[in-house]
Design a protein around this ligand. Structure first.
Ligand SMILES: Cc1cc2nc3c(=O)[nH]c(=O)nc-3n(C[C@H](O)[C@H](O)[C@H](O)COP(=O)(O)OP(=O)(O)OC[C@H]3O[C@@H](n4cnc5c(N)ncnc54)[C@H](O)[C@@H]3O)c2cc1C
Length: 446
């Protein structure tokens, strides 16, 4: 390859892609918008992961770090926080990549556009052979032999508004609305929420983390109360598979959230699809649902409604994404939260992640689009396969070995407007005995 592989994002998956590229002797340049490695992970530094270290270190990255001679590996069985994941793994990994003769990591380099050099979206000829042009904020432009977009979804959280756009008044009252999991161990943050009426919008693991945190605050200040806003008509399987979850800490999170939800502090408000945030005469907020229902006397709102991919800088390359999830199309059937909640996904790699634009791959959290169930270990396997394909080793690229733990929930969350009827056809959990090693070699390719 005449030009380097350009990797967008120095998160866990982008850096793993670079480590794989270096191992295969490919030149790799990582462009990261933030000031250091794992900029997105750093924003949820206080959150403890439900995966242990063993599942959070890419094999090629581990080899590179071990070869550096300065890295001390964490205990495989321990569960880091986001901050520890970043400090003990991502930051040293970025340094090791930068120190390698094949790799470099450029911080403060936000990618604003990816296209074919000299050929806009319309032009058919030359797309197989010509270099990519990667545009960076501030005016830089880099030529690339291939582009791996591992830019995640962190910078584009879903809004409170149920239409998918900010609710009426959502921007105006931004000072009382936060997105993501607040750090309740920070005294200033605790003071913001303790003794208040907090509305929490969202159903996933992050929302459940917020419920647990607020129930903890209520033990210190009994006036704390929570309205848990759910778009569906029941809580359903939101708390996951508990003891059946093959990731122990993920199961425990659901169980703790179930306890928090039944502690008397939390009131579930189902079928609530926010369309407006209105200020009351006393300065508190009223949240209004599309059907006119209201939650009144709200002091603070925490929005944990998931994320969506930002494809704005990919408008000059040819994409084929699932129209609902914005994920790689081939993955959508297995990760759509309405139909499939098992957590397991068939082994996949370069073929499923390739785009119509030759040499362009969307990987990591971004490859799942709006689906919430992405695991780092899935991403490590994705980039191992993608980089092997770029290096011309199709045998390795097509041989996907993957162990993905199931959630212990055997169906999807159900159809949006009839959630009590579990989704059909997506059921899983067929192997209650434990995780299964899946080895796939594509028969047609030997
Ligand atoms: C709170 C939370 C807890 C999680 N817990 C677990 C867990 O326990 N186990 C697990 O396996 N997974 C977990 N995940 C899911 C997933 O593994 C992580 O989100 C992981 O960080 C995804 O890695 P990524 O590299 O795809 O994206 P990110 O970590 O989001 O990294 C993307 C990087 O790209 C950069 N970037 C973005 N846009 C641009 C641009 N235009 N130009 C240049 N750079 C850009 C960002 O600054 C960022 O550094 C969790 C996620 C969250 C949010």
């Amino acid at each position: 390859m005449q030009h380097p592989v350009v990797i967008i994002g120095a998160g866990p998956i982008g850096l793993a892609a670079a480590a794989n590229a270096i191992e295969r002797g490919l030149d790799a340049v990582v462009l990261e918008a933030g000031a250091d490695a794992g900029a997105a992970v750093g924003e949820w530094a206080h959150v403890r992961l439900f995966s242990a270290w063993a599942e959070l270190i890419d094999p090629a990255a581990r080899r590179l770090l071990e070869a550096s001679g300065t890295w001390s590996a964490p205990d495989d069985r321990a569960y880091p926080t986001g901050g520890e994941w970043r400090e003990r793994y991502l930051v040293p990994l970025a340094r090791a990549i930068d120190a390698s003769s094949h790799g470099s990591v450029r911080f403060g380099s936000r990618v604003t556009g990816v296209g074919r050099a000299g050929r806009d979206l319309l032009v058919d000829s030359g797309r197989e052979t010509d270099a990519f042009a990667v545009h960076v904020e501030g005016g830089g432009r880099l030529l690339a032999g291939a582009v791996i977009d591992a830019s995640g979804t962190w910078t584009t959280p879903n809004p409170l508004g149920a239409d998918g756009y900010p609710a009426l008044g959502e921007r105006e009252h931004a000072s009382r609305i936060s997105y993501g999991i607040p750090d309740f161990s920070d005294p200033a943050v605790a003071a913001r929420y303790a003794g208040k009426h907090v509305a929490v919008a969202g159903r996933g693991a992050s929302a459940q983390g917020v419920l647990i945190g607020l129930a903890g605050l209520a033990r210190q200040d009994a006036a704390t109360r929570v309205s848990w806003l759910l778009r569906r008509s029941s809580v359903g399987d939101a708390f996951g598979g508990g003891d059946n979850d093959q990731l122990e800490q993920r199961g425990k999170l659901g169980q703790d959230a179930r306890s928090a939800a039944s502690s008397g502090v939390v009131r579930s408000v189902t079928r609530f699809r926010t369309d407006a945030v209105l200020e009351q005469p006393d300065g508190r907020l009223t949240l209004r649902s599309v059907d006119g229902a209201e939650v009144t006397d709200v002091d603070e709102v925490v929005v944990v409604t998931g994320f969506r991919p930002d494809v704005s800088f990919l408008s000059e390359v040819r994409l084929d994404l699932d129209p609902a999830l914005g994920s790689a199309r081939a993955l959508a059937g297995q990760i759509h939260p309405d139909h499939h909640s098992c957590g397991d996904v068939a082994p996949h790699g370069h073929r499923e992640l390739a785009q119509p634009e030759p040499g362009l791959f969307l990987v990591g959290m971004k490859s799942y689009g709006r689906a919430p169930s992405f695991l780092a270990m899935t991403g490590f396997e994705q980039v191992r396969s993608v980089v092997a394909a770029l290096a011309g080793d199709l045998e390795a690229a097509d041989r996907v070995d993957l162990v993905l733990p199931e959630t212990g929930v055997c169906n999807g969350a159900g159809v949006f407007d009839a959630p009590d009827a579990v989704a059909s056809g997506g059921g899983c959990c067929g192997t209650p005995s434990g995780p299964e090693l899946v080895s796939i070699g594509r028969p047609s390719e030997g």
